[in-house]
Write a protein that binds this ligand. Sequence first.
Ligand SMILES: [Zn+2]
Ligand SMILES: [Zn+2]
Length: 339
Amino acid sequence: MNDLGYGTRDKRGNWQPNDALQTGALFRWPFSITAFLKWLPGYFLPHNVIFMGLGCLFWFVLTPDRATLQTLSWDWALLIFARNSILIAVLYGAMELWLYRKRAQGTRFKYNGKFPSDVPSDVFWFKNQNLDGILRTFLTGLPIWTAYEVGMLWAWANDWGPWAVFGQNPVWFVVFWLILPLIHEAHFFCIHRLIHTPWLYKHIHSVHHNSINPSPWSSLSMHPVEHLLYWSDSLIHLIVPSHPLLLLYHLQITGTGAVVGHIGFHKVETGDTAAVDTHAYAHYLHHKYFEVNYGDGAVPLDRLFGTWHDGTPASDERMKARFRKKCERLNAKPAQSPS
Ligand SMILES: [Zn+2]
Ligand SMILES: [Zn+2]
């Protein structure tokens, strides 16, 4: 495909889309039903439909029965760990292999003109972005994801929490199912903004931001404390009526879904003339500029707090003005006298 029909490439080989990023039409004011209907398919396709499918597969086929879940045991906890790990290894590994090893579509639709493996950096373990990401994903990411999942399934099996079945509250279940991606994003915005405060950034979140040019294995490349915060959105199922199927769908959005913002390509080609939108641009801009797009725009919190960057020169100017003001504020502070 000719990516220059959809965007422009600068002298360094960095590609950017022509169209400005849009925030979710659900919260746009004044509300437009036409804009909402145009936005709606992208809310489900392709990612959330895939996560729903994976949630169903995991719940109906790859989760032990209720009687087994009532007693905590390494046997079934390791089964849950294995199925989560295999999914991530296969999915992230396939993307890495196709787009970054084989480089099957070259740099077409690739935001950053360089491939991480061509630019080794000593900020990573073994100077290797991939290896660093893989190790952090499997050493702490997947164990922490699995710990949340095991704890919640055990709680459900023992009736600990407001668990329900579909027939008891069908309207709420449908609403909850529909808004789970928005709940995930709102939670992510909050914890993400929190770990961008100076101390937490330096000690915790800088690990994730080592990937300035993110690739699939950057997705869950985080400090363990960030992993703990990241999956804490699943605790909502202990507060509002829910069902394990919704929990597993939610864990797919959070866990597997981390890859969405880190693919590094705007579209993944599926044929000579066809491609799938990745929805990666908002988070790519976050990795590029650090202090914009704490969320992905479906929930308009960045717009509300003035940190939304839609990829246009006007957003660049707003961001620079914000940085200038911040510098002025810091410079205006009286210097501390030496003790
Ligand atoms: Zn990221
Ligand atoms: Zn960040």
